[in-house]
Design a protein around this ligand. Structure first.
Ligand code: ASP
Ligand code: MG
Length: 418
């Protein structure tokens, strides 16, 4: 009998140290004879460190201590997992030593970024694959850049779905005898450069594999019991959802819930492939099943989106804000590639909030100031309460420091200072 395909994704926290990597082996073990693709992120906070290496190399700063830190971190993990003479140790050390040699003034800034930052995943997957092999699992390491094919939009690679699907399907026969281990977050261009799919993009990689293989399901292993109705670090009373409709999960990510990468849902929903979010520390827990379903009454879902900037454009001459002026504002926002998270208008002003990406927002304000009197406020948090009930409605409207609110029959949003 042929088994269905499964895809697992382990994020940075799930491979952050030796104990976590041993746990990956325990979770994968029952799938030894099944057909499984394992997608792995860079270990711990490696991607952030690599971003600092990129910034340093670009400005000619000394990156040796940053690289030393990365080496020590990875070496410490390998020390616990492998015998002294295991070749993986030297291999990883070499990959990190070589980082400065990737610098080339011929590459575009974002292109250079991708060539460096991908190393986090290339290394973590080598380590995980080597360790799983040590435990006797039949694994094969594959380079995701040969399968996830993208255009050359560096740092935000756009997937060439036809080609990607063709490539991934070529892997099917290999899955009969081996578990394939590959990198999240990275892809390859037609001319052989690496692209990345956007920060935290490994979930998206897992969804791409799942969708192209027609998998039975895709599982994201996390350090929480499932998708929660609020961030448990903020609200200790948060509870996991046993199941969620695709639409609800997609909207959560839109409002800023960071539990799943926003691009993950669409490719799976389009093919009706369930996404499971499970607890890495306690695999027996049911977790959350995101699938095609309808649920009558969901508990309130609370999403905090920090670091917002509220911009208000006021007309200067007692005319009213009209469609022509709105279109000016929207086109300026879209030219900066910003996304409006909330908006509200009155007779003489139009207010909206965007993520405070400083350089972009300041350019936007400058541009808008040619037509309007512009006021802006930073350090604001956007709180969205979906499926609110009486108690949550009252609580969030009544928070101190609310500067703007908006509600529909199902969703309340408030902007709070601080
Ligand atoms: N390592 C990448 C990041 O930290 C991708 C991921 O973790 O999903 O953004
Ligand atoms: Mg991550």
């Amino acid at each position: 009998m042929k088994y269905p395909f499964h895809v697992f994704k382990f994020g940075g926290a799930s491979v952050r140290n030796a104990a976590a990597i041993r746990n990956v082996a325990t979770i994968v073990e029952p799938y030894r004879d099944k057909r499984l693709v394992v997608v792995v992120s860079a270990m711990g906070k490696t991607t952030n460190a690599l971003e600092r290496v990129v910034a340093g190399l670009r400005t000619g700063a000394d990156v040796s201590s940053e690289i030393k830190g990365l080496k020590e971190y990875h070496a410490g993990v390998m020390e616990e997992l492998f015998p002294k003479d295991h070749p993986i140790r030297e291999e990883v050390d070499r990959e990190l030593t070589n980082l400065p040699q990737l610098w080339s003034a011929d590459l575009l800034p974002d292109q250079f970024y991708d060539q460096v930052v991908c190393r986090g995943e290339l290394i973590s997957t080598r380590i995980v694959a080597a360790y799983l092999a040590e435990t006797g699992l039949p694994v094969e390491w594959i380079d995701a850049r040969n399968y996830i094919k993208t255009d050359n939009t560096y740092r935000e690679g756009k997937v060439d779905w036809d080609l990607t699907e063709k490539k991934i399907r070529e892997l099917m026969p290999r899955l009969d005898s081996r578990i394939l281990i590959t990198q999240g977050f990275i892809g390859g261009t037609p001319d052989g450069f690496t692209t990345t799919l956007g920060r935290e993009g490994s979930d998206y990689t897992a969804a791409i594999f799942g969708s192209c293989l027609g998998a039975e399901n895709v599982t994201i292993w996390k350090d929480v019991p499932g998708v929660m109705n609020a961030d448990p670090k903020r609200l200790p009373e948060a509870i996991p959802f046993p199941e969620l409709p695709f639409r609800e999960a997609a909207e959560m990510t839109y409002y800023g819930a960071s539990v799943i990468h926003p691009k993950t849902i669409k490719p799976l929903a389009n093919r009706g492939i369930p996404l499971l979010v499970k607890n890495f520390d306690d695999p027996a827990l049911p977790g959350t099943r995101i699938h095609e379903t309808h649920i009558d009454r969901l508990p309130p879902l609370i999403v905090f989106k920090e670091n917002q900037c509220l911009i208000s454009c006021a007309v200067t001459d007692y005319t009213f804000v009209d469609e022509e002026q709105l279109s000016l504002i929207f086109s300026a926002v879209s030219q900066e590639n910003l996304k409006i998270n909330l908006m509200q208008n009155s007779a003489i002003s139009f207010s909206f909030c965007v993520d405070f990406r400083e350089d972009k927002v300041l350019r936007l304000i400058e541009r808008l100031s040619e037509h309007f009197r512009v006021y802006y406020n930073t350090g604001i948090t956007l709180i969205t309460v979906k499926n609110y009930d009486e108690a949550t409605y009252a609580k969030y409207r009544g928070l101190p420091g609310v500067i703007l609110e908006q509600s529909s029959r199902s969703t309340l949003q408030v902007l709070v200072k601080g």
